[in-house]
Design a protein around this ligand. Structure first.
Ligand SMILES: Cc1cc2nc3c(=O)[nH]c(=O)nc-3n(C[C@H](O)[C@H](O)[C@H](O)COP(=O)(O)O)c2cc1C
Length: 176
C-alpha cells in the first residue's frame, strides 16, 4: 500500500477533541513510532507503519509548498505549526493541526523529529482549505515541478506578507 495506489474518497475519519496523534521519525522522515490514535485514524497497524516514510499518509490535496516549508523549518532546528490533510489506508481524509519539532542529542545535534497533532476547528479547516486549494492550483499551473514549487512558495509568501504573519502564526490564529 502507498500514497500512489490508494484512491482518495470524500469521507472524513473522525477523532476526538481530547485525542493526540503522535509520531516520531528518523532524520529522513521514516516512522520510528506511532501511537494508537495514529494507527486507528490512519487505518493501519503498527507493523504497517513502522519503518515507512511519513508520506504513507500524504493526501494528494496537500500542496508541496507546505511540506517544503515544514522540512526547511525543522531541519533548521526550529518548530512549526501546520495544518495537514492526511489520508487513511482506505482513502478517507482527516485534517490535523500539527506541532512538528526536531529532537536533539546532548551535543545539540538533530537526531530525529516528533509530531503531535490535534483536531482543528471546523472554521480553521474551512479557512485553510481555501488557501491550500489556491496553493495547489498554483503549483499545478506549471508543467515543470520545480517551477510549480517556486510559484507555490511565492504565493504563500505574498499571502502571509499581506497578513504580516509567519505561517506558524497564521496557523495559530485560525487553529483553535
Ligand atoms: C515529524 C514529521 C511529521 C510529519 N507528518 C506528516 C503528516 O502528518 N502527513 C504528511 O503527509 N506528511 C508528514 N510529514 C512530511 C513527510 O515527511 C513528507 O514530506 C510529505 O508527506 C510529502 O511527501 P512527498 O514529498 O513524498 O510527497 C511529516 C514529516 C515529519 C518529519
Amino acid at each position: 500500500m502507498s500514497k500512489y495506489t490508494v484512491t482518495p474518497v470524500d469521507e472524513a475519519i473522525h477523532f476526538g477533541k481530547d485525542e493526540i496523534i503522535v509520531s516520531k521519525t528518523d532524520l529522513k522522515g521514516r516512522l520510528l513510532y506511532a501511537n494508537d490514535v495514529f494507527c486507528r485514524v490512519a487505518e493501519m497497524t503498527t507493523s504497517e507503519v513502522i519503518g515507512k516514510p511519513h508520506s504513507i499518509i500524504r493526501h494528494p490535496d496537500m500542496p508541496r509548498t507546505i511540506f517544503k516549508l515544514l522540512w526547511e523549518t525543522i531541519q533548521n532546528g526550529e518548530e512549526i505549526f501546520a495544518f495537514v490533510k492526511n489520508m487513511s489506508k482506505t482513502g478517507k481524509y482527516y485534517w490535523v493541526i500539527a506541532h512538528v519539532t526536531p529532537s536533539f542529542d546532548q551535543q545539540g545535534q538533530i537526531i530525529g523529529y516528533h509530531s503531535n497533532r490535534r483536531r482543528p476547528s471546523d472554521l480553521g479547516i474551512a479557512q485553510i482549505s481555501g488557501i491550500y486549494d489556491q496553493l495547489l492550483s498554483e503549483e499545478l499551473k506549471h508543467t515543470n515541478s520545480k517551477q510549480g514549487l517556486i510559484a507555490g512558495e511565492n504565493l504563500l509568501h505574498s499571502m502571509l506578507k499581506e497578513k504580516s504573519q509567519t505561517y506558524s502564526q497564521f496557523v495559530w490564529s485560525i487553529g483553535e
